[in-house]
Write a protein that binds this ligand. Sequence first.
Ligand code: BG6
Length: 441
Amino acid sequence: MPFGNTAIVILGASGDLAQRKLIPALNLIHGRLDGEGSFVVIGSGRTAFTDTAFRRRFDISPEFSKRLFYHRGIPGLKDFIAEKGSFDRVVFFMALPPKVYGSTAGELAAVGFGSEATLIIEKPFGSDLESAMKLDRELSGHFNESQIFRIDHYLAKEAVQNILVFRFANALFYPVWNSRYIESIQINAFETEGIGERAGYFDQAGIVRDMVQNHLMQLLCLITMEAPVSLDAEEIRAQKISVLKAVEIHDCARWQYEGYREEKGVAPGSTTETYAMLKLSINNFRWAGMPVYIRTGKALDRRGTEIGARFKRLPKLLFNRDGTIPPNRAIFKIQPAEGIIIDLATKIPGAGIDIATTNMAFCYRDSFAQEIPEAYQRLLLDAIKGDRTLFVSAEETEMSWRKLEPFLDAGEVRTYRRGKPPAPEWEVDWIDFDMYKDICG
Ligand code: BG6
């Protein structure tokens, strides 16, 4: 869909998200429009602002400022938009508490928004299967699924988008990307920060709902899905759903960092987990028998999101008679640095045959000069253009909840010291991701 002439309405415009992410991203998009189309942005919220007072809140270009307006509440919004021009579509960004997504969709429909509307919503999409299904029912009571854009900001990360390119644009890796050659896949998302000021949300959620159900299950899909027949969003979603259907979660161990219960806003005696480790398998022909491990947590010793594929060991033959050559590994560094690293066993120069593990690395910062766009810039632009590839469908969300449901809040929660990740739960050949910490920066 071309960019066209669009009205973008930020519902909850006096909040933090609009201030920190949305308006700055729209300011950048506006600066780079290049005659492709045009848009106005209308902030809406409960607070009363004049256009001028609203504009003054942001550090934006004078040209963009002229296209920024404010309207209080939803009643009268349709006429307000019509006064600003005639638009091919109206994109609503719900920067609102999730519990009002459904009722707000109802209000928008009640004041006459219909097929011209796009609704962008942020996670959490429910807190379990039942609440997710309820939300989907509420939204679909007023708008079609094709109008609903669920954000998973991990999908907009450049290195995440590169996963499918690496897998399906390189003949080299395609044939070995299965459980015959790969021994395990390990996905990490580690953060150094604790929960900060977010207890109101996080204490009800926990890391499994906060990170695994959405971001990490999406990473899992991208790293293991079959090739879609085209790059059409629906074809990609269909393949992701096939993976999710085949996922079987075997175990989920949970921990909480010491001092969590003393964080502002956390319920006394809270058993919300801040670290989780999951073991799962994907019961399809490509992956049967191969374990996948997911680890994620807050208040850890390092920040890093990465995926590692650990290949099977060589037979004890030739150079590996004593079994000391480590298995090959392919590492996808997603953040803070972006890159792909492949281990290789190589002869150490000189007499005799001594073998060392070296690696080949593709690092974004060395290969590409252009800056990596911020997730919201990409997501807003795609939503304006109607491209759903980087957004998550109701079916994906529900399937992911379905699989995790038995493990939500289940079992004991142990503790770990801040900056000290819990010891690995199972006897596993974990990839030592520290080995790659200096590669790509
Ligand atoms: C959010 C979670 O979705 O993702 C946060 O709610 C988490 O708890 C954040 O910190 C991590 O995002 P990123 O892009 O910093 O990895």
